[in-house]
Write a protein that binds this ligand. Structure first.
Ligand code: ZN
Length: 328
């Protein structure tokens, strides 16, 4: 199955759409063109990686542009054979005096809904608080997301630069608000910071899923805790290589976490920046990291179980998995 539980809207902008939107908005073409501006040509660190993702931000300055980017992201995923796509983004980056947080979130959700209806592939929007934004702004993001719970918004996340802003304490109230609205909770953690960051995200924020968790296996105690707690780790091997979290894809700790009993799901994070989509990441598991058919089957079951789906959508995906009609 192709169930993508960790993917950013800003990481799925078609380069040709970038050109269109930039032209319409009067944004100067970057030296070398948009495809090169968005694509990473070599591994860097998390800060450098996020700078590359931010190259797309000028394209999000209109609501119709946000709607188009979200619609195309879901259309592209469906065309690639995905069974489900969860898309995340930090709306505060794209809101200003002319576009409220609610309008920005609604635009992304509307684009996704249009494409899901047309393609039959379910999708859900995860709204992210950002580490470099202040507490008040992140609370406003949580309120806007909570108000749209069940109306396209399915989850809440904390994203941004964990190297520069490692503490999660300032986001507790935002997560409490999101949880009270019934949103699923995930958090980028232990990607650039150490293993204990994953545990803090679960214990302080109530996250049931951890984005990346690339350093969880560095500490035996945290690894055992992750297995016992049942927390789900969203692994994105190629992205972790590009952010410098791991030295090579072949050194990704997914097999160590899997052997320890940690529940894992898969994401492609920012495929336009890394050039690696979900099908590629699945091949990384089997061809580079030695994933067995049993491990892959467990990943599929955990993916459906941990997705922020409605009960009806979950049953439908489980039926596809049982009937072998999902994507390979
Ligand atoms: Zn991410």
């Amino acid at each position: 199955m192709l169930v993508d539980l960790h993917s950013h809207l800003e990481g799925r902008v078609r380069p040709e759409t970038a050109e269109d939107l930039a032209r319409a908005a009067g944004v100067a073409v970057p030296v070398g063109g948009w495809a090169a501006a968005l694509r990473l040509d070599a591994p860097t660190d998390l800060t450098g990686y996020l700078v590359k993702v931010a190259a797309s931000y000028p394209l999000f300055q209109r609501l119709d542009a946000i709607e188009r980017i979200a619609r195309e992201a879901v259309e592209d995923a469906a065309a690639a054979g995905f069974d489900y796509l969860e898309l995340r983004f930090g709306p505060a980056t794209h809101a200003d005096a002319e576009r409220t947080l609610a309008e920005v979130i609604r635009a992304a959700a509307a684009g996704m809904r249009t494409a899901s209806r047309a393609t039959g592939m379910p999708s859900g929007l995860v709204v992210a608080a950002l580490r470099h934004h202040d507490e008040e702004l992140n609370l406003a993001v949580a309120r806007a997301a909570a108000a749209l719970a069940g109306d396209g918004v399915v989850g809440f996340d904390l994203a941004g630069d964990e190297l520069l802003f490692p503490r999660v304490e300032p986001y507790r109230e935002a997560f409490r608000l999101a949880s009270a609205a019934g949103l699923g909770l995930t958090c980028h953690a232990a990607e650039a910071a150490g293993a204990s960051a994953a545990r803090e995200a679960v214990e302080l924020l109530g996250a049931t899923r951890i984005g990346h968790g690339a350093h969880i296996a560095d500490d035996p105690e945290t690894l055992a805790w992750a297995a016992d707690s049942g927390v789900v780790v969203e692994v994105c091997p190629t992205s972790n290589h590009y952010t410098g979290a791991i030295a090579a894809v072949s050194e990704h700790p997914a097999p160590v976490m899997c052997d320890a009993g940690v529940r894992l799901v898969l994401g492609d994070d920012n495929p336009v920046q890394t050039g690696a989509d979900l099908a590629h990441e699945r091949r990384v598991l089997t061809e580079v990291l030695g994933w067995t058919p049993d491990a892959l089957a467990a990943l599929d079951r955990d993916s459906i179980d941990a997705a922020f789906l409605t009960d009806g959508e979950r049953h439908e995906l489980l039926a596809r998995l049982a009937g072998g009609t999902g994507s390979p």
